[in-house]
Design a protein around this ligand. Structure first.
Ligand code: 5GP
Ligand code: 5GP
Length: 228
């Protein structure tokens, strides 16, 4: 190989290094924004506890913003050194209490739930957002999805009645533009209930996208929308 060839080869190698580095920013493929229906979380054998601030609004709350891979697997607990730090989100706490309420027992303010979600999922998205952005983006996305309005506009209300799974899916798709994943759980009488909605979000954590893969579904064709 002549010196000219070596020069070009070296140039290409450096370019390759640079490109792969600048593109390897995210170590996941997309996010699931997972929203939970409090009526279904509470109406199970395990039951629930209201947070110290009192009974949350009868509306979808955040479960988490979860980095995921296209094959359905996901990273978790990516950085034990990046501890949850309350002081970074003081300006968001009142909104978190309203729309990311904890329903686990014993009753608490919510920091335990937020800490768990940050440590398990948030630490896997640090290549694109810091702790404040992780919580702020989650709040913004949940408000934008406005699921309860999407459903009630289609006549689907949390009144303990049964609704078609496909009507629920369509109502959400019409409102946000993308097909959601729907997860059910069972009440003590073994009725399947609308429990969680999965909406896919791009790697920047700001835009809804079509899901690269939907979570496994176990909902029957008709399911209950529990009162709360
Ligand atoms: P479960 O077994 O109740 O479905 O899930 C338990 C926990 O595993 C969830 O709260 C969540 O932290 C994690 N998890 C379950 N499924 C998924 C998934 O599809 N993607 C991600 N990123 N996390 C998941
Ligand atoms: P994941 O299922 O995301 O891994 O973890 C859920 C964890 O957060 C569980 O340990 C659960 O006890 C706790 N947690 C606290 N509040 C809530 C809540 O309102 N909903 C759910 N799904 N989990 C909660």
């Amino acid at each position: 190989m002549g010196p000219k060839c070596w020069f070009i080869l070296t140039l290409l190698m450096f370019q390759g290094l640079f490109i792969s580095h600048s593109q390897a920013q995210e170590d996941f493929d997309f996010f699931y924004l997972v929203l939970q229906w409090p009526g279904a979380y509470c109406d199970t054998k395990r039951s629930c506890c209201y947070p110290t601030a009192g009974k949350p609004a009868a509306d979808f709350g955040i479960h988490g913003l979860w980095p995921n891979y296209k094959d359905g697997s996901y990273p978790s607990n990516c950085n034990p050194d990046s501890e949850f730090d309350k002081s970074q989100i003081t300006d968001l706490v009142s909104r978190l209490k309203k729309t990311w309420p904890t329903l686990a027992c014993p009753s608490n303010e919510g920091f335990k739930f937020w800490e768990h979600e940050w440590e398990k999922h948030g630490t896997c998205s640090e290549s694109v957002m810091d702790q404040h952005e992780y919580f702020e983006n989650s709040l913004k996305l949940r408000d934008r999805a406005n699921l309860l309005e999407a459903l009630t506009n289609s006549g689907i209300k949390p009144d303990d009645k049964f609704y078609d799974l496909e009507k629920i899916r369509e109502a959400i798709k019409d409102a946000i533009g993308f097909t959601p994943g729907i997860e059910c759980n069972k009440d003590p009488e073994r009725n399947s209930q609308l429990h969680q909605i999965y909406i896919c979000v791009d790697t920047s954590g700001t835009e809804f996208i079509e899901c690269p893969i939907l979570p496994r579904e176990r909902c029957p064709s008709r399911l209950q929308f529990a009162k709360f």
